[in-house]
Structures are given as structure tokens and as C-alpha cells.
Design a protein around this ligand. Structure first.
Ligand SMILES: O=P(O)(O)OC[C@H]1O[C@](O)(CO)[C@@H](O)[C@@H]1O
Length: 243
């Protein structure tokens, strides 16, 4: 797999997530005893096409990343990201949101809202090239590639925080695993709601329309304020997540 991408005038080498990095979150941990440690996915963080864009992106406290996930089965489970949550925005009780766009291939997003260790809501969104998926505040999330094509996805997110992995790691993964036979509940969770299936969104107020390349929001970056000041947009997030 090519670990370097060219983006505008910038070349970037990937951070690679390996099978060994995923030990705690896999359905079938026996896969870890296999001596090989294959590469699972490639993260190209903090991309920009030129210095002018970078200044704009930085000024608005944002970051644009691309993630590439080739197809793979890990035992009976489809390849997935490790899964993470976001911290609360300082001086508020809501965590940072995020927005993804599929650039190539197909993705299944599993979103779970956690409150004091309890899962209150589980949402699954199936998406394909051009689609946008908004991760509202307080939803931890995992991306799964169930197709036989390489998934390439982009995200915009606030650049001021680091993701939190422990809530998913400590429970051996998300509330559900996606296996060749479909979703099954993760027994490490005590009570888990049934999955709600939602569709990807078009949301012009956030600049998410017509499947347009989300990177181009760099020229209308004010639309992405929902990522850094989510408290001002709670009604929009409720609408998007169907509450
Ligand atoms: O393995 P992780 O940290 O969950 O990341 C998967 C992708 O999600 C992001 O962290 C954005 O949420 C990307 O930077 C990364 O490529």
C-alpha cells in the first residue's frame, strides 16, 4: 500500500494503524496470536493544499484529515477504526462534533452516545462516495469497511483536542461488532439499545450539500463553526440525529 499521498502541493506520509494496535477492540482476539502484524488503515492528518489554506484552517481551529481503509476481514469481523470519543468543549457539557465525507468506496459508521458508562443511543449510517456523516456531540464513533473496495474518507474536526480511546477500549470495542453475519451485541456492555438506522445528511447550513468536495469549505470556512462552537447548534444536531 502506498503510504504517501499528494494533496495539493503537499505530500504527506501516513500514520499506520496495525493489527497489534487494535488488540483491545476486536471481536476475535485470537487473530492477534497470528504472528503477522498487518497494516489495517492509513491516517493522513492535518492536510491542506497550500500555505494560504493552512493559515485559514489554523485560524479557525480546524483540521482536515483523510483516512484510507482497504478491505479486510479480521477473523469474522470487518475491518474498522479503533473507535474514539471526543472531549468536552471547555466550560461546556457537550463534546466536540465531527463531520466525515466519503471520497471513495463505502463506509458503515457506528455512533454510540455514552453517559456515565451507559449507552443511551446507537446509530448506524451506511454511506457511499459523496455522502456526508455528521457525528453530533457526545457520540463516540467507529468506521467500518464492509465492502471489497478501499474506503477513502475525509473529516473536518476541531484541531484543539486529542481523541479519547479508553471508553471503547475498556469495553473491548463498540456496543456492537459487525461480523460477516451482521451486527451482534458486545457482551461487555450491560444494556444496549437496538440500533437505529439513519441516512447520511445534506445540511446546507453546515455547507454540506450536493456531494460537493468537503475540502472546498476552506473557502467558506465559517460554515464549519458548528465544529468548534457546538453549543450554538444543538437544535441542528438534534435534528440531524433524529431526536
Ligand atoms: O484510529 P482513529 O484515531 O480512530 O482514527 C481514524 C480517523 O479518525 C480521525 O481521528 C478523525 O476523527 C482521523 O484523523 C483518523 O484518520
Amino acid at each position: 500500500m502506498v503510504k504517501e499521498i499528494k494533496f495539493g502541493r503537499i505530500s504527506r506520509t501516513a500514520n499506520v494503524r496495525m493489527l497489534n494496535d487494535m488488540h483491545d477492540v476486536l471481536y476475535d482476539k485470537k487473530q492477534m496470536s497470528i504472528k503477522k502484524n498487518p497494516e489495517l488503515y492509513y491516517m493522513y492528518r492535518d492536510l491542506y493544499k497550500d500555505d494560504y489554506d493552512f493559515e485559514t484552517i489554523k485560524k479557525h481551529n480546524l483540521r482536515y484529515d483523510i483516512t484510507v481503509i482497504p478491505p479486510k476481514m479480521i477473523g469474522r469481523e470487518y475491518v474498522k477504526t479503533a473507535g474514539h470519543c471526543h472531549p468536552k468543549v471547555p466550560d461546556t457539557d457537550v463534546s466536540y462534533p465531527e463531520v466525515y465525507q466519503i471520497l471513495e468506496g463505502y463506509a458503515t459508521y457506528l455512533l454510540q452516545k455514552m453517559e456515565g458508562g451507559k449507552v443511551e443511543d446507537v446509530v448506524v449510517i451506511n454511506a457511499q462516495a459523496g455522502d456526508y456523516v455528521v457525528i453530533p456531540p457526545d457520540y463516540c464513533h467507529i468506521t467500518i469497511n464492509t465492502s471489497d473496495e478501499t474506503l477513502k474518507m475525509a473529516n473536518w474536526v476541531c484541531r484543539e483536542f486529542s481523541s479519547i480511546y479508553d471508553p471503547i477500549k475498556q469495553r473491548s470495542g463498540g456496543a456492537y461488532y459487525l461480523l460477516d453475519t451482521g451486527f451482534i451485541k458486545n457482551p461487555e456492555y450491560y444494556k444496549v439499545p437496538q440500533i437505529r438506522y439513519l441516512s447520511p445528511v445534506e445540511y446546507p447550513k453546515f455547507g454540506l450539500n450536493n456531494g460537493q468536495d468537503m475540502y472546498n469549505l476552506v473557502t467558506g470556512i465559517g460554515k464549519l463553526k458548528f465544529l468548534t462552537s457546538p453549543l450554538e447548534y444543538m437544535d441542528d444536531f438534534d435534528y440531524i440525529i433524529g431526536n
